[in-house]
Design a protein around this ligand. Structure first.
Ligand SMILES: [Zn+2]
Length: 318
C-alpha cells in the first residue's frame, strides 16, 4: 500500500477546469493559503502538473463589461503566477510544459469560458493568445455570436467557424463543454486539431444536457481529443455522489473509446456540490488510488490522471 502511495504522486495530474481564481480575486479566500476547494499547497501536495484556470464570463449582457471582466480575471491569474514563481508558471508552449514538469511547478493554463467577449472580432483571439490564454470555451450555457449553448440551442455560426479555425492556427484549445449538441457536431466538423471537453460527464450514465452522449464521446475520441470528467454531483448522478461515481464515468468513456481520451475536469469552486471523498483538490490522490483499485494499469491510470490531457496540450499548443 505504501509503495503504491509513493507511485501515485509520480503520475502528473491535470485538472481541466476550476473556477477558483474568481473567488481568490474577490478576496473570499486566498488561493496561496487555502479556504476554498483548491489552493496552491493542495495542488503541490496532490501532484498536479497542470491546472486549468477558467476565466468565466457569464453569457448575455453587453460585450464591453464582459470583456473587461475576462481581462480582469486573466490579469489576476497572471499576477498570481508572477507572485508565486516557485509554485506556478504560465503554460504557453509544450516546451515550458516540459520545464514545469521537470521543476515540479504547477503549470497554469489560462482558459476563457465564453467566446462572447470576442465581440465578433477575430483579432481578439490573437490578443488573448498574447496574454497567455490557451483555451476558449466557445459558449457558456447560453447562445452567443459563436454558437448555441446547452440552454439556448443553435449550431456554430459563421463567425464561430472562423474562431475555431483561427484557434487551430494560433495553437489554442477549443473547449466544447457547455455547447449545444448541434454546435458540438459543427465544431468537430470544422476543427483541424483535437478538441477538449474540459469539464463534462457521460449522458448515458446521467441524462443531463451538459453531459456528452455516446456518439459525441466516440467522435471526440476519434479525433484524438480528451474529456475531463466533471466532479459536480448534478452531472454525475443528479443527486448525491461519491468518488466512485467519477470512476464510473471514467469507465464509461474507456468502454466506448479506450483509455486514451479521458481525464479530469474537477470544476472545483465552480459547482455547488462535490462527491463524498472528493471535496477538494487534496482528495485527488484518493481518486488515483480508486482507479488503481478498479484495476486500471499504472500506464492507463497515468493517462487518465493527466497523460491524455498532456498529449492534447502538446499537440495543440506546439
Ligand atoms: Zn463550466
Amino acid at each position: 500500500m505504501d509503495q503504491r502511495k509513493v507511485k501515485q504522486t509520480q503520475f502528473p495530474l491535470v485538472d481541466g477546469h476550476c473556477d477558483s481564481i474568481a473567488a481568490h480575486l474577490a478576496g473570499e479566500w486566498n488561493i496561496t493559503v487555502g479556504g476554498g476547494r483548491l489552493s496552491l499547497p493542495m495542488l503541490r501536495q496532490a501532484g498536479v502538473a497542470v491546472q486549468f484556470f477558467a476565466c468565466f464570463v457569464k453569457g448575455g449582457g453587453q460585450q464591453e463589461p464582459m470583456l473587461l471582466r475576462a481581462l480582469e480575471l486573466v490579469e489576476g491569474c497572471r499576477s498570481l503566477i508572477a507572485e508565486n514563481p516557485a509554485d506556478l508558471c504560465l503554460l504557453e508552449t509544450a516546451a515550458n510544459l516540459d520545464k514545469a514538469l521537470a521543476t515540479g511547478q504547477v503549470a497554469a493554463l489560462l482558459s476563457v469560458e465564453g467566446g462572447g467577449i470576442l465581440g465578433g472580432k477575430l483579432f481578439m483571439l490573437s490578443l488573448l493568445h498574447r496574454l497567455g490564454v490557451r483555451s476558449l470555451g466557445l459558449t457558456w450555457n447560453y447562445a452567443n455570436d459563436l454558437a448555441g449553448g446547452v440552454r439556448e440551442p443553435g449550431g456554430l455560426t459563421r463567425f464561430g467557424r472562423d474562431v475555431v479555425r483561427e484557434m487551430n492556427r494560433l495553437g489554442m484549445l477549443v473547449d466544447v463543454s457547455h455547447l449545444s449538441d448541434p454546435a458540438f457536431w459543427d465544431v468537430l466538423d470544422t476543427t483541424g486539431k483535437p478538441v477538449i471537453a474540459s469539464h463534462s460527464c457521460c449522458r448515458t450514465l446521467h441524462d443531463h444536457p451538459r453531459n456528452l452522449n455516446d456518439e459525441q464521446i466516440k467522435a471526440l475520441a476519434g479525433q484524438g481529443g480528451v474529456i475531463g470528467i466533471n466532479f459536480f454531483t448534478e452531472f454525475l448522478t443528479g443527486g448525491k455522489a461519491a468518488l466512485g461515481d467519477v470512476v464510473r464515468h471514467v469507465d464509461h468513456v474507456c468502454s466506448l473509446a479506450g483509455p486514451d481520451f479521458v481525464g479530469l475536469g474537477s470544476d472545483f469552486d465552480g459547482c455547488e456540490s462535490l462527491p463524498q471523498g472528493l471535496e477538494d483538490a487534496s482528495c485527488l490522490p484518493a481518486l488515483i488510488e480508486a482507479l488503481l483499485d478498479r484495476g486500471y494499469s499504472e500506464e492507463n491510470t497515468a493517462k487518465i490522471a493527466g497523460g491524455n490531457f498532456l498529449r492534447v496540450i502538446r499537440q495543440v499548443l506546439g
